[in-house]
Design a protein around this ligand. Sequence first.
Ligand SMILES: Nc1ncnc2c1ncn2[C@@H]1O[C@H](COP(=O)(O)OP(=O)(O)OP(=O)(O)O)[C@@H](O)[C@H]1O
Length: 272
Amino acid sequence: MASRDSTRGAHIVWRDLCVHISSSRGYPARPILVRSTGYAEPGSIQAIIGPSGSGKSTLLDALAGRLAPNIKQTGDILLNGESKSTLSYGTAAYVTQEDVLLATLTVRESVMYSATLRLPDKTTQDEKIEIVDTTIQEMGLSECQHTRVGSFLVRGLSGGEKRRLSIALQIITRPPLLFLDEPTTGLDSAAAYFMVQTLRNLAKDGRTVISSVHQPSSAVFALFDHLTLLSSGRTVYFGEATSASQFFAASKYPCPPMRNPSDHFLQIINAV
Ligand SMILES: Nc1ncnc2c1ncn2[C@@H]1O[C@H](COP(=O)(O)OP(=O)(O)OP(=O)(O)O)[C@@H](O)[C@H]1O
């Protein structure tokens, strides 16, 4: 069903990763990611945080092998120790910022539709139903599985449920590596927390989860194992999320008590 990589978990390492926009129409080439180095391992969830335009989506796109044609990349990306320019079928899922869903389908019908399209032909109907059931459960969609997606004309799923359905459609092939571009944007704090907690559970099942996040609350930030903090394409911090405050304190920018750590990091980045 999925590639060999999916049974081994996904250790991804990037080293000296540089990304630049190619020169065109007299405009010189422009770097948008500068010598980024990091790693992510099975069972962990990593946040990519940074101001708007700092290169969060670019880092995700580079790791997922889906940069736009006008963008060039140098450096190494290793998956389970092997150099990869593209990721093979079933290795990775990428969830974009936009929910592309069919308004008239229910949650269950949407997930079954994705299973029919994405799973190999040799998957039996019983296997598909089992995978659909598991996926709906994993994404916390059991209670609304018979609710239509809806549209601006017909009321349907909540914003958080739509986001979780978008993820469900992408993880149907059980990929070991999951990239998400700002999955909590537009959600209230409770829905954002539930979303990241669900992603954390997916990681704890042995997946490798890397997600850009916009202004996480303290509670949401505490759910992440690792952190990449970007500023103008440069990595300001890479490491355990819980150690980032010590790093800023050692750099003479301690996080005041009771302050949201990610707000503090972004404020310092913007100010320095
Ligand atoms: N295909 C492209 N062509 C031209 N410029 C691009 C392209 N992709 C990204 N950029 C530029 O690269 C920089 C980084 O963009 P990116 O989308 O990675 O930032 P981001 O941190 O994800 O921002 P946001 O939080 O606003 O989504 C921006 O200045 C953006 O305009």
